[in-house]
Design a protein around this ligand. Structure first.
Ligand SMILES: C[S@@+](CC[C@H](N)C(=O)[O-])C[C@H]1O[C@@H](n2cnc3c(N)ncnc32)[C@H](O)[C@@H]1O
Length: 217
């Protein structure tokens, strides 16, 4: 039975079958809690990694880091596995499930240097806002998993989600320092960041993408 706590509302399977993967590679890069995380390394969590563009980008930027991606969308995970194989990347591991489940399973606190959440599902209808990943409870919870001065990096192209994040930044000003409080450095277009599928979608639809960098106090 589906545990309601980890209920997800988006699709987990694509409409077309993704055949471009060797089946014996499917679980090769699965996240293993005992082997793949220790507090001493530079640990990055990429939540809702989609097709994996950000994880690939970060793996080049921080070659000595350990990157854990969380994604429930099967085709996105397959795409990332194909890229890892093609580019011979060795510092990305996939958790193919709900990020909240991953966090609940971690024994240690203060483990991540960075947590990335690029273009979380916006759930634009007001009655669906409660499905949004980033909210009061989440920001409170994720704080425990950040190392001292660890960062949460968020991007959205939804104006109502952006407004919610602004409100949360104000509410959590004692827990997070908002580092990029200036239009030039919160406009995603001006920054050296991954060109993810949903960033490109926003660009093609002329929607502005806003980036937030929040440092743990
Ligand atoms: C709008 S897409 C953005 C994907 C990617 N970050 C990008 O910028 O292209 C949001 C993704 O988050 C995933 N997602 C939503 N909630 C999640 C959760 N609790 N744990 C893991 N993935 C989640 C969805 O499956 C979806 O692929």
């Amino acid at each position: 039975m589906l545990n309601f706590k980890y209920k997800l509302f988006g699709r987990s399977k694509g409409r077309k079958r993704n055949k471009n993967i060797l089946l014996n590679n499917l679980n090769k890069f699965d996240f293993n809690i005992k082997k793949d995380l220790n507090n001493k390394s530079f640990n990055i969590l990429d939540i809702g990694s989609g097709n994996g563009e950000n994880a690939i980008y970060l793996s080049k930027l921080y070659p000595n880091s350990r990157i854990i991606t969380c994604e429930i969308f099967e085709d996105g995970n397959i795409n990332l596995i194909n890229q890892i194989n093609k580019l011979h990347i060795n510092n990305i591991r996939l958790f193919k499930g709900n990020a909240l489940q991953l966090l609940d399973g971690l024994k240690e606190d203060m483990i991540f240097n960075q947590v990335w959440i690029l273009f979380p599902d916006p759930w634009p209808k007001k009655r669906h806002h409660k499905r949004r990943l980033i909210n009061h409870t989440f920001l409170n919870y994720i704080h425990n998993f950040l190392k001292d001065s660890g960062r949460i990096m968020i991007a959205t192209d939804s104006s109502s989600y952006m407004q919610l994040i602004f409100n949360l930044i104000y509410e959590f000003k004692h827990k997070y320092e908002w580092e990029n409080q200036n239009y030039q450095i919160w406009n995603y277009d001006f920054l050296d960041l991954a060109e993810t599928k949903f960033y490109k979608k926003a660009l093609n639809s002329n929607r502005k993408s806003t980036f937030f960098s929040l440092k743990k106090i």
